[in-house]
Design a protein around this ligand. Sequence first.
Ligand code: KG4
Ligand code: ZN
Length: 334
Amino acid sequence: QNTSYILAVETSCDETSVSVIKNGREVLVNLIASQIETHKAFGGVVPEVASRKHVEVITLIMEQAIEASGIQPKNLSAIAVTQGPGLVGALLVGIVAAKTLAMALDKPLIGTHHIAGHIYANRLVEEIEYPAMALVVSGGHTELTHIPSEGKFEVIGRTRDDAVGEAYDKVARALGCPYPGGPHVDRMAHEAKTVTPLPRVWLEPDSYDFSFSGLKSAVLNIVNQASMKGETLDRSSVARGFQESVVEVLVEKAVRAVRAYGSKQLLLSGGVAANKGLRKALEERCAKENIKLLIPPMEYCTDNAAMIGAAAYLKWERGMFSDLKMQAEPGLSL
Ligand code: KG4
Ligand code: ZN
């Protein structure tokens, strides 16, 4: 097998990222331009603003990534890009850029699923053993996915309302933290001296689905009550109660799924995988239950192009290429 160099592009939300990956696992470069500062003023990602920001930086980041990789463009094996899910205008910027490069260099194009990217971020560090179970927790997704073999996905549980990251961001906003609030709630939870009791939502006993909007509403009620009564709220205590509820349900359902499907590994991924409380609880529980747990390094947890390159490599090996008619698929399923 020849050496493979894949240039990958990710623009599905508010990060413009370009990476070059050698042989599917060695990250030569992973540049990420975050738009967080721009979106902060709006308290969340504004799709039209996101697209425009991607347009402003994509060419430069592509040039810089190629330069920093030390690879001659003619030696690239393929150009990979996130096809979906994501914001349509944001996806389109990456797709058009990737198609143009693929056409100019006469290289194959590989449309890649964003969540497959989050999952295969784990492959940048360790070999994955199948069957595996993936817990994907991000701003747009909360999914338990059974992976019987490489590149095959069966979603066995998903959120019925808010994604975990979305719930984190909304709770953070109610507690007066800037966007994106997840890391702030995480930090406050660690500083807490007390824990505000909050409900756990388990749904039906055999369900792997999740629901976080009730929990979020419970937090909003506490915040509103306190402000109506003119009381000062112990924000850390609320953050801790929220985090404990979320983490307990995620860990419990993930472990149950691993047992039910005989998974050899549990793969954590997505932006919320950066959460210290979740990482610690999963690590402790998996150690106790003898479950092999993989968690990508922090920089490959939140949106990045290296993970897209890692997922694209598996398609490259199989010659699974896209043609230039490929479209952005905002609702692409795994
Ligand atoms: O995967 P990601 O970068 O983008 C999506 O594909 O959605 O995930 C972003 C989400 C945001 O909701 C952010 O608040 C959350 O991940 N997040 C965290 C932490 N770091 C990022 N949530 C909880 N604790 C954290 N430490
Ligand atoms: Zn993501």
